[in-house]
Ligand binder design. Sequence first.
Ligand code: FRU
Length: 503
Amino acid sequence: MGNMSATQKNRIHEERIVFANEALERQLDKVKDAGFRLCYHMMPPAGWMNDPNGLIQWNGEYHLFYQHDPYQPKQGPMHWGHARSRDLVYWEHLPVALAPSEPYEYVEFGGGGCWSGSAVDDEGVLTLIYTGHVDGRDPEEVQCLATSTDGVHFSKNAAGPVIPGPPEADCFGFRDPKVWKHGDVWYMVVGYGKDGLGKALLYLSDDLREWRYAGVATESDGTMGDMWECPDLFPLGGEGRHVLIVSPMNMGATKTLYMTGDFDYESGRFHRRHHDRLDYGFDFYAPQTMIDSRGRRILFGWMNIWGARMPEQAEGWMGAMTIPRLLTLAEDGTLLMQPVPELADLRGKHTAVGRLGIDADTVVNLPEIQGDALEMIAIFQAATSDEAEFGLQVRCSEDGSECTEVKYRPADGKLTMDRSRSGAGDGGVSEAFLSTMEDGRVKLHLFIDRSSVELFAGDGRVTITNRIYPDPSSNAVRLFARKGAAVMEKLDVWQMKSIWPEE
Ligand code: FRU
């Protein structure tokens, strides 16, 4: 394709970006804060947000792009929204980075657009690799590329898609490229579904423009869903060990999976040793990771799920990211997710509660602790009678009719988050299993933010992420024990500051 059409191509794109930013500006006036806007989580200024895209630390700053519809708080033609941070804590919203402008991003029936993908630094050029999606009875998916030298304005590849289609016809999805460099070679995993099996396909390139298909890195064993969205394959824990994260479609309650094992760069195959759910909540999907300059593997997830009731749409926006999570591997191969230490910058007023015995079947009010934006660390003694269950209730109304309950039963290690009394939005109980720590204690670390609760239990062995939509006045915190007594050893609570300048 000649120079002329490259210019034209980007003129159309620039025009679409202008429209998108104008639309976003108009949407801003419609955003109302009726209690669900988050204080310290990334969310769109207005309009719709889903998957985190293009996570990268570039020129010392963290960039977070996301699937975005700037025209409405509903899923529509996908753009890439964009935010930047120096410290993973405070975020600055930037103009829309990508808008659909090409026939292979053409939107016939409302969906489609510039779908999910990743970012790399190509000798100083910030390069985005994403899926061009055309909706229709047989969706068409190609892998595309766009570049920027200033980290704000992006040009689409003049020659069009860099991978023109899936390796075989009749597939159930071919999207969400995640690219990384190993030695001098660029590697890409792409999500794929074929014959009822989710798969991660592997491609190789020397220049990010020409890609060679290198086969299936790994695939479902028949129980892991029929299409793997948003695959992410990365080294973690040394000695060639790798982790693959995927968001499988049609795997029941399991929405995200991680697999640990070895990746063989010679054969391009990932040998899986262990797999498990990544998060046990309802609202955690399409996570993506990046490595930062300190060598840390950091993850953001979309803190919603397709098909849920989304009460924040009535406020003119929809969607949020989880807090940034630091990934490490435990000795036994379990993937641990913990809040990045930088978040401690947001800690405001601190309240500590010392050792407290809780009688069987009682609820203990903590009148000194109130709030809808809190970090809490509770340590319980797990050595109780066989039947005993205990935990915390947060976002409680005064009359007790509304609350979100986190409960642990040491006898079988069952950990739950019950949002059946959490207000508007979907209810349901999230369930996971967690063994107690070696000293017989259990640690529950919670981040509460207006319409969200993230639980990191057992130092990140189990996480449960949920959106909740309680009344803004439901701000009380309680402790409880049932079917037996319990001992809470210590509770630390911090009021969390807002990251948004206007508050
Ligand atoms: C995951 C996903 C991706 C796709 C994007 C579209 O949530 O379905 O597979 O690229 O969202 O917005």
